[in-house]
Design a protein around this ligand. Structure first.
Ligand SMILES: [Zn+2]
Length: 221
């Protein structure tokens, strides 16, 4: 069930008070329209009617797609230390509540970045797994290893047997695209499966570049 709450927010730019509807939980099955708003970047956004200032509300949100057996816990956060604390908290809370036993066969993801949240939804909507995608992203970024520290790679789309990735270079302030044949996805996916990587979760997981690097170094799940 999708749940929201109303919050009175003071605009950080001009001080105007505005009521914002904040969604704390989205269940795709009964809220297709909310999912569309989310994908358009409209959900949980503060918008000031007086000065037009727009910002993401710092509220956590749970995204649940029962059909795809996907649950994403989104906690907006820019701080690496806090990110790890939030991640530890959700793992501890889930363990204590016993809710993980109801989520067998699920992919459980913890993200702190709005774009990462949208990327994950897009990957699973294309019937792919983000673990494989993160490996491919690592392969793409390693083609120009010196520049990779300044680059962010995101899955864009899958069309006509081709996967398209967007690479944003923060130093150059440029966006590049990179195309990978879908066949490569299948090959990487198969080899991950053979090395023991499960296409579902036993606990909440952070599946990102660091995760893919650990996989490359021989660590499984
Ligand atoms: Zn304002």
């Amino acid at each position: 069930m999708s749940l929201n709450s109303k919050q009175n927010v003071r605009c950080p730019k001009c001080g105007q008070m505005t009521e914002v509807t904040v969604w704390n939980s989205i269940t795709v099955g009964d809220s297709a329209d909310l999912k569309q708003d989310l994908l358009r970047g409209k959900l949980n956004m503060f918008h000031c009617p007086a000065c037009q200032h727009t910002a993401l509300m710092p509220s956590p949100m749970l995204y649940h797609d029962e059909e795809k057996r996907l649950m994403i816990s989104f906690s907006p956060c820019n701080d690496a230390l806090l990110k790890n604390q939030l991640y530890d908290n959700i793992r501890k809370t889930s363990k204590e509540s016993g809710e993980l036993s109801n989520l067998e066969g699920y992919n459980l993801r913890f993200v702190t970045d709005y774009n990462e949240l949208l990327e994950k939804i897009l990957i699973f909507d294309n019937n792919m797994n983000d673990k494989t995608i993160e490996m491919i992203k690592l392969m793409i970024l390693s083609q120009d290893i010196e520049k990779s520290v300044d680059r962010v790679c995101r899955f864009g789309k899958c069309e006509n047997g081709t996967l398209e990735f967007m690479i944003y270079d923060m130093k150059e302030n440029q966006t590049y695209t990179s195309q990978v044949p879908a066949e490569t996805y299948n090959t990487v996916h198969q080899s991950l499966k053979e090395s023991g990587v499960k296409p579902y979760s036993f606990d909440w997981e952070m599946v990102d570049g660091a995760y893919a690097t650990r996989l490359l170094n021989g660590f499984n799940n």
